[in-house]
Design a protein around this ligand. Structure first.
Ligand code: HEM
Length: 230
């Protein structure tokens, strides 16, 4: 399977691999519901990122103008945070099984540098490679951490019943988690754009057979058993 996966593409496959219209034998990767949830999470993240920066430091205060008034932005930020957590929980609940760690993920991690340089050294067994799984689990930790610390400092609802020291510690952890999430999402977006055909999987829902066989051969095999290759 590995040799089949890593052999160079034929001109026909290359054409189909970069197709922009759905080939008749395309493989479905995401349902409409999954895509809508993912992009709703992404939109919520952009709102949180911009408002969070404006709240974090006066240097970014001008960003609050995009929300109408700074007061409205401050009220909006925690509500959007809760919305992101709920949407992400719905999205993550559909994906958890495919993100369970497999023994081959360790080997993939060791060859991750090769992957970055465009060489798939370790065939991926599941729907996601170990890098994507790391992103999935770290986002769960980060979003949970941001939700809990955010609630602790949420005025006027919860903050008044939290001691000052508790609120201060929560605020520092909130900022650290937000920064880690920013780096993680940055890598996620970079990898999505750089892996040709990935963004289309999340916008249109399908990938070409060549894409599936090259990036996720184990998942492709499983899909092929269900829908025979033409
Ligand atoms: C606007 C920026 C974003 C872009 C361009 C983007 C792009 C993508 C693409 C193309 C995929 C499909 C990858 C594949 O199936 O191989 C994907 C999957 C995924 N995205 Fe995003 N995404 C964005 C924002 C986010 C945000 C904000 C989150 C979470 C907070 C997120 C969480 C995920 C997760 C969990 C997956 C499933 C794959 C995995 O476990 O890594 N994405 N994204």
């Amino acid at each position: 399977m590995a040799n089949e996966t890593l052999r160079p593409a034929t001109p026909e496959e290359r054409r189909r691999g970069f197709a922009t219209t759905r080939p008749p034998d395309a493989v479905q990767r995401y349902s409409t519901g999954e895509r809508l949830t993912h992009w709703a999470v992404a939109l919520a993240y952009v709102v949180l990122f911009l408002s969070g920066l404006a709240l974090f430091h006066p240097f970014f205060y001008w960003l609050s103008l995009g929300f109408g008034t700074p007061t409205f932005m401050r009220i909006l930020h925690p509500f959007v945070g809760v919305a992101l957590a709920v949407l992400f929980a719905a999205y993550a609940a559909r994906l958890w099984r495919e993100n369970l760690l497999l023994p081959s993920d360790r080997a993939w991690m060791r060859g991750a540098l090769g992957y970055v340089n465009g060489r798939e050294e370790t065939p991926v067994e599941g729907k996601y490679n170990a890098g994507q799984k790391a992103m999935y689990w770290s986002m769960i930790v980060m979003i949970l951490g941001l939700l809990v610390t955010g609630i602790l400092v949420w005025r006027p609802y919860f903050a008044p019943s939290v001691p000052l020291l508790g609120r201060r510690i929560a605020m520092v952890i909130h900022a650290i988690f937000a920064f880690i999430m920013f780096v993680g999402i940055g890598i996620h977006i970079y990898a999505a754009i750089w892996t040709r055909g990935s963004v289309r999987a999340m916008t249109r829902g399908w990938v070409t057979r060549r894409w599936a066989r090259y990036h996720h051969p184990g998942w492709y095999d499983r899909m092929s058993r269900r829908e025979p290759v033409r």
